[in-house]
Design a protein around this ligand. Structure first.
Ligand SMILES: [Zn+2]
Ligand SMILES: [Zn+2]
Length: 242
């Protein structure tokens, strides 16, 4: 009887633990997942192994400290971009299902690993005093119901014990997509788009889900630098190939 009760309680405990850890894999639905991902899908995560030291642009090969062509000709105003993955399968699908369908479970496995990645990076980088989510225009936020950058910032801010300033920067107007525009058009598209409120500390990190051309974070960095920030990092989950 006691043995029976013991095995019953073990069974219940296992079920609860597997539910707590995510149960099924969010990408392939395998029942053998840990914290939302099975080992196979975890191994498939496209680590941004070779990348530009400054803007994290994926490169075919890179030596430590190597910079991409754009960062060599026009060094970015931010100190460094810390971005662990490339915007490829399965990370693109996980971010997309979260961002466009609001399913937070798809992003949770990435957020846990992202926090660990940042902790590791901060052993050799300055620790920011404030996290600033990349702002969304109010209309787009209203349509989506949430700002993914703020969600990500709040998750890592809690894990890393760094405060998040959700309202520190506002987007004055909506902009058309940056992809497909040349460099000059991108900058015109983004001119005066960000407005900074309140005091900004010396060390901050901009947090976003995906960095595409890098033009948006450059413009946002300049706005924060004008407001007093001197050491600005860019933290994002994924970087597109360019
Ligand atoms: Zn899987
Ligand atoms: Zn670069």
């Amino acid at each position: 009887m006691i043995n029976g009760l013991n095995s019953l309680s073990t069974l219940i405990e296992r079920k609860v633990n597997s539910a707590k850890k995510g149960g099924r894999c969010v990408t392939c639905l395998s029942p053998h997942a840990s914290h939302g991902l099975c080992q196979g899908c975890r191994n498939d995560l496209p680590h941004n192994r070779w990348h530009c030291y400054s803007c994290a642009l994926p490169l075919a090969f890179a030596t430590p400290g190597m910079r991409c062509g754009e960062c060599q000709t026009a060094p970015p105003p931010f100190t460094r971009a810390l971005i662990p993955w490339r915007y490829q399968f399965p990370v693109d699908g996980m971010i997309g299902r979260y961002k466009y369908h609001g399913h937070r479970k798809f992003i949770r496995p990435l957020l846990t690993e992202f926090s660990q990645f940042l902790e590791q990076q901060l052993l050799s980088e300055h620790r920011p005093d404030l996290l600033i989510p990349a702002p969304m225009h109010w209309l787009r936020r209203w349509q989506r119901g949430f700002n993914q950058a703020q969600d990500i910032a709040e998750f890592v801010g809690t894990r890393l014990d760094i405060p998040v300033a959700a309202g520190a920067v506002r987007r004055r107007r909506r902009t058309s997509a940056q992809r497909g525009l040349n460099r000059a058009s991108r900058l015109v598209n983004l001119a005066n788009v960000f407005e900074v409120y309140g005091a900004i500390p010396e060390r901050v990190a901009i947090v976003d889900d995906v960095v595409t051309t890098g033009a948006t974070v450059r413009v946002l960095t300049r706005a924060l630098a004008e407001a007093g920030a001197q050491d600005i990092q860019v933290w994002a989950l994924a970087r597109t190939p360019g």
